[in-house]
Design a protein around this ligand. Structure first.
Ligand code: HPA
Length: 267
């Protein structure tokens, strides 16, 4: 049995055969959102091919069950490129999500903002992204499917639905361009000035490889950043991973309301 087939068999034995409608990957400090799922939690360690995520503030379990009556698969943690230098680390997990029947994937992350009107605590829906790392999770993929179009990679209809849910909940959901910077060191102020000049509104160390992989697999994608800090050089506040973990929950409560409203609309 292939690695993905083994992971699928474990999931089906624990969570049943009903198809999953949507996947959700949770970013730093957002892991508790997984507790909202009424279903089972399967440790990544029991799922062949799933990452051995090692970043504090993440919860390495796959939660499968109902959220607002919709069957979802919530990934409590991701493996970042900066952990082992593998941009395709989430490929097996996303292939399994697709095999479970999911049509869409919502990604979340913590990010630094380059826009004074998007301060810490705010949420930013990604209108688009800049793959500043130059890395790509599809390098080595032998088929012509590797030439994935990235126009509207952040699905216009999903984004419209998320905007409508935010508005119905009275939540100010900003929108902007996210730049992927490999990390794990944070950016310098000069790098932030450059990224701003290139058209980025926020910066972070994740999400972009997963957007590329998900589009490769034919999943519709949307992503939301929780802004945890102003990017380097833009405020006097010290930037640190502890600060990211402390600030992410500010956005998490709003994110949960948006997602619940959005899922309600899918029933
Ligand atoms: N830069 C990169 N990644 C981040 C930041 C940042 O300022 N904040 C949270 N994740």
């Amino acid at each position: 049995m292939s690695r993905n087939a083994e992971a699928l068999a474990v999931i089906r034995a624990r969570a049943g055969d009903a198809p999953v409608r949507l996947g959700l990957i949770l970013g730093s400090g957002l892991g508790h959102l997984a507790k909202a799922v009424d279903g089972v939690a399967i440790p990544y360690a029991e799922l062949p091919g799933f990452p051995h995520a090692s970043v504090s503030g993440h919860n390495p379990n796959l939660h499968i069950g109902l959220l607002e009556g919709v069957r979802v698969a919530v990934f409590g943690a991701r493996e970042h490129y900066y952990e082992k230098g593998n941009a395709a680390a989430m490929r097996p997990a996303l292939e399994v999500l697709q095999a479970l029947g999911a049509e869409s994937l919502i990604l979340t992350n913590a990010a630094g903002s380059m826009r004074p009107d998007i301060p810490p605590g705010d949420l930013m829906l990604l209108s688009d992204h800049i793959n500043y790392s130059g890395l790509n999770p599809l390098i080595g993929e032998p088929t012509d499917h590797r030439f994935v179009p990235m126009t509207d990679a952040h699905d216009p209809a999903l984004r419209a639905a998320l905007r409508a849910s935010a508005s119905a909940e009275g939540i100010d959901l900003k929108e902007g361009v996210y730049a992927w910077y490999s990390g794990p060191s944070f950016e310098t102020p000069a790098e932030i000035r450059m990224l701003k000049g290139l058209g980025a509104d926020a910066v972070g160390m994740s999400t972009v490889p997963e957007v590329i992989l998900a589009r490769f697999l034919g999943l519709k994608v949307a992503a939301i950043s929780t802004v945890t800090n102003m990017a380097a050089g833009m405020s006097d506040e010290k930037i640190s991973h502890d600060h990211t973990k402390a600030m992410a929950p500010l956005g998490a409560a709003k994110l949960e309301r948006i997602l619940r409203h959005f899922l309600n609309g899918l029933r």
